[in-house]
Design a binder for this molecule. Sequence first.
Ligand code: ADP
Length: 262
Amino acid sequence: VFRVYVTPTNTGEDRGEVVALLRNITDRKMLEEMRSEFVANVSHELRTPLTSVRGFVETLLDGALEEPETARKFLEIINKETERLTKLLDELLSLSRYEDKSNVINMESIDISDLIKRTVAIISPRALEKNLAITTDLPADLPAVQGDPDMLRQVLINLIDNAINYTMPGGAICVAAGIEQGELKVDVKDTGVGISPEHISRLFVRFYRVDKARSRELGGTGLGLSIVKHIVEAHNGRVQVESKVGKGSTFSFILPLAGQKR
Ligand code: ADP
C-alpha cells in the first residue's frame, strides 16, 4: 500500500506527477515480482530432474550397478531426465530470444501449405508410433503469408507435439488451414483428453500445465505454448483454443495475409 499526502497547495500538474510516480513504482514492483517468480519457477524445474538424476546415480554407486537389469532401468530414467533438462534449456533460450522485442524477424513470403506438409511429414512417425492417425486438410490455392519459416515451423511442431502427447492411442490429429475473414487460420485438431474451461485462459502462461504429473511424464516443460504465443504475436497474429473434456482440442493461430496491413 502506498500512502500519498497531497497538500492543498499542490497544483494539478503535481498530482499528475504523483500518479505517474506511483504507476512507475507499481510497474517496477510488478516486474520485480514477475522476475522473481520466473527465477523460482526455473529453479524448481531444474531442480526436479537434477534431484532425480542424483538419486539414481547414488543408488547405482551404492550397488545397483551390480544388477544389470535394475542398472539399465535407472540409466534409462537418467537419460530421460537429462533429455528433459536439455529441452528445458533450449526452450528457455528460445523464449528469451522471442521475448526480446528488439529482435527483428526475418520476414519472407511463405507457402504455408508446403510448410505444414513438410512439418507433418517430419512428425508423423511419432504419431504413428502411438497409433494416431495424422492428416492435413489444405485448400489448393492458399495465398502466401509473410513470416519467418523457422519460427512458424516451431509453432506447428509445438502444437502437433502437444496433440500427440495429449491424445490416447487410436485417436486422430488433423492440421487444417484456410482463409477466414481475410486472414489465414491454421488449426491443429485432436481427439484427445481435452481441457476444462477454467484452464483455458492460463494455457499460454509460462510453466502452466493442467496436469503437472502427466506433462512431466511426457517430457513436457510447460513452455511450448508460451513460445507459440510469442512467435504468433511477433507475426502480428493471435492464438485461439477450443476444447471439450474427453472429446478433444483445437489449437489455432491466425495470421494476416501478405500485403495486408493491420
Ligand atoms: P507442456 O510441455 O506441459 O506440454 P505446453 O506449454 O505445451 O507445455 O502446454 C501447457 C499445458 O496445456 C499442457 O501441460 C497441457 O496440460 C495443456 N495442453 C496443451 N496442448 C494440449 C492438447 N492438445 N490437449 C490437451 N491439453 C493440452
